[in-house]
Design a binder for this molecule. Structure first.
Ligand SMILES: Nc1ncnc2c1ncn2[C@@H]1O[C@H](COP(=O)(O)OP(=O)(O)O)[C@@H](O)[C@H]1O
Ligand SMILES: [Mg+2]
Length: 270
């Protein structure tokens, strides 16, 4: 059941009804108790999201396997043809084709890493350093659409991170922010310390995420974009979750902020 609170927010409630009896056991009234189960609902949604991530991992593993086999055959024949003296004039083409296949292979490897249960290559490092390295590329993306990125990075302690994976999270969330805005918009990336967490926020000036999308956000292949994959968020959720962190969304008609929290001490790596 859903109920609207006085302040207008809609909450999930469970209703239990029990009869009120007098001394003789006659029913004299009925008592109903509404319980706010919004938190429980949120938890259930979170569990479903994680189930979805599991599915994507399994799918990735089987697709990767199916794709790799024919690719290996093509790779082999290309190498064979490349070595033929008769085809010497096409050597450059063959090399390019082989390189492109190698690239596909490494994309598959990267994608497969998402189905693993433990983060690989954890290293003590600074989140700000990773962001600073990515900024020029993101600024170039922004500039192309006449948008601006502002970075406000406070001093942070080092953390055990897989920089490849964290890079992916930053790129995904920053790009989503840029894609949500028209020309002239500003995306603000902040980092700061909050008790025992490091927080990184991506604050855009887009038009927000509609309730319908928000309900399913993070599910694989959910996209509202013509050329979207719907994989950016599920992949990011997975990575942050495996670093022991959380992603929280605050959205409204003036824009959306994604909060990524990573624990400093006692990172439980899942
Ligand atoms: N900052 C944002 N502002 C508005 N909508 C967003 C934002 N980030 C994500 N979304 C919504 O979530 C969907 C899924 O995002 P994502 O998983 O990155 O896939 P994609 O970007 O390929 O569509 C997007 O299509 C969009 O509708
Ligand atoms: Mg995206």
């Amino acid at each position: 059941m859903k109920r609207q609170k006085k302040d207008g927010t809609v909450i999930d409630v469970s209703l239990s009804i029990s009869p009120i009896r007098d001394d003789q056991g006659q029913i004299t009234g009925i008592m109903g108790i509404h319980r706010d189960i919004t938190e429980r609902k949120k938890m259930e949604a979170e569990m479903q999201r994680l189930d979805g991530l599991n599915l994507i991992g399994q799918m990735a593993a089987s697709i990767a396997h199916e794709i790799r086999n024919p690719m290996t055959t093509v790779h082999g024949f290309l190498q064979l043809l490349e070595a033929k003296p008769k085809l010497l004039e096409f050597k450059d083409y063959f090399q390019l084709m082989i390189e492109e296949l190698d690239r596909c292979n490494s994309i598959i490897t990267e994608f497969l890493s998402l189905s693993r249960n433990t983060p690989i290559n954890l290293r003590m490092q600074n989140l700000n350093t990773i962001i600073n390295k990515l900024l020029p590329m993101l600024q170039a993306d922004a500039l192309r659409n006449e948008q601006v990125i502002v970075a406000e990075l406070e001093e942070l302690p080092n953390l055990e991170l897989n920089d490849q994976e964290i890079r992916q999270v930053i790129l995904n969330l920053a790009r989503n922010g840029l894609e949500s805005m028209k020309a002239g918009g500003t995306l603000t990336i902040r980092t700061f310390l909050e008790r025992d967490h490091i927080v990184i926020t991506f604050c855009d000036q887009g038009s927000g995420i509609s309730g319908r999308i928000l309900e399913s956000i993070g599910k694989p292949f959910l996209t509202t974009k013509e050329n979207g994959t719907g994989l950016g968020l599920p992949v990011s959720y997975n990575i942050v979750y495996r670093h022991g962190g959380t992603i929280i969304i605050d959205t409204g008609s003036a824009g959306t902020t994604f909060f990524v929290r990573l624990p400093i001490k006692g990172q439980h790596l899942v």
